[in-house]
Design a binder for this molecule. Structure first.
Ligand code: 13P
Length: 241
C-alpha cells in the first residue's frame, strides 16, 4: 500500500506563496510509492492546482455541513468539490479546541463530505491531561463513535490520529504510541475500513521514516514541516524509503 504524506498548511500560504511553493516542490522518486495530498487555505486551492508539477491530491481544511445557506464565512463540501478538492479535513484539533467544534458537528461534517463525494480525513486525538489520566482509548472511542455512523459502507475515508500535545510543540509521539492509538482507532471503526490511518504531530524529515514504519501507521499529516517545499519533499522521500 502506498504511504500517504499529507500537508496541512493551516492559515499559511496565500495564492502567490502557494504557487511559489509548488514551483519549488520536486520530491524525487515518490510517484509510485507515495500518495501526496495538500490542504491549502481555500483561497489557494486554485493556485495549487495550477502550479503543481507532481501529482498532488487537493483538500480543504474545513467544511460546513449545509450545502448552502445564510452562513457567513462558511464553505460547503459541494463548493469545495467544485473548486477542485477531493479531500476534506474534518475535526482538526484546532477546529475542536480553538473554535469549539463539537463531536456532533464533526459527525455532520463527515456526512456532508461523503454526500459531496469528498474523502473525509477525520482527525482525532487526546489532550495531554486526558492521556495522563489514562483516557486515551475512551477519548478516541468517543470521538470516533460520533462520526462512525456517517461512514456505513464508505471506504473512501481516512482517519488522522493527532495527539493534541504533539501538534506544533516539537514533541512527537513515539512510534509505539502511534501504533497503540492506531490500533484503538482501527478496532473502534470495526467493519468500517479506512483507506489509511495517518499520524500527525510534529512530523519532520528526521522522524517521518521511523513513524511510518510503525505497525498500523499508513502515513503522516504534517503541519509546520509542510510549509517549506524542500522540507516537505524530504518527508515525502522518507516515505518512499
Ligand atoms: P505540526 O506538524 O505543526 O505539529 O501540526 C500537525 C497538524 O496539526 C497537522 O494537521
Amino acid at each position: 500500500m502506498r504511504k500517504v504524506v499529507a500537508g496541512n498548511w493551516k492559515m499559511h500560504h496565500g495564492p502567490d506563496a502557494a504557487a511559489g511553493f509548488l514551483s519549488r516542490f520536486r520530491p524525487r522518486g515518490v510517484s509510485e510509492t507515495v500518495e501526496l495530498i495538500l490542504f491549502p487555505p481555500d483561497l489557494s486551492l486554485r493556485a495549487v492546482r495550477k502550479a503543481a508539477r507532481v501529482p498532488v491530491g487537493l483538500g480543504v481544511q474545513n467544511i460546513h455541513w449545509e450545502e448552502s445557506g445564510a452562513l457567513t464565512g462558511e464553505v460547503s463540501a459541494e463548493m469545495a468539490r467544485e473548486a477542485g478538492a477531493s479531500f476534506a479535513l474534518v475535526g482538526h484539533s484546532e477546529r475542536r479546541h480553538l473554535f469549539g467544534e463539537t463531536d456532533d458537528q464533526v459527525g455532520r461534517k463527515v456526512r456532508a463530505a461523503v454526500r459531496a463525494g469528498l474523502v473525509p480525513v477525520v482527525c482525532v486525538g487526546e489532550l495531554l491531561k486526558e492521556r495522563r489520566a489514562g483516557w486515551l482509548a475512551d477519548v478516541l472511542r468517543r470521538q470516533i463513535s460520533a462520526f462512525a455512523g456517517a461512514l456505513e459502507g464508505v471506504t473512501a475515508f481516512m482517519v488522522a490520529y493527532e495527539p493534541v500535545w504533539a501538534i506544533g510543540t516539537g514533541e512527537t509521539a513515539t512510534p509505539e504510541d502511534a501504533s497503540e492509538a492506531h490500533a484503538i482507532v482501527r478496532e473502534t471503526l470495526g467493519a468500517r475500513t479506512p483507506a489509511a490511518i495517518l499520524y500527525g504531530g510534529s512530523v519532520n524529515p528526521g522522524n517521518a521514516a521511523e513513524l511510518m514504519s510503525a505497525p498500523g501507521v499508513d502515513g503522516v499529516l504534517v503541519g509546520g514541516a509542510s510549509l517549506d517545499p524542500g522540507v516537505f519533499a524530504g518527508i515525502a522521500e522518507a516515505a518512499a524509503g
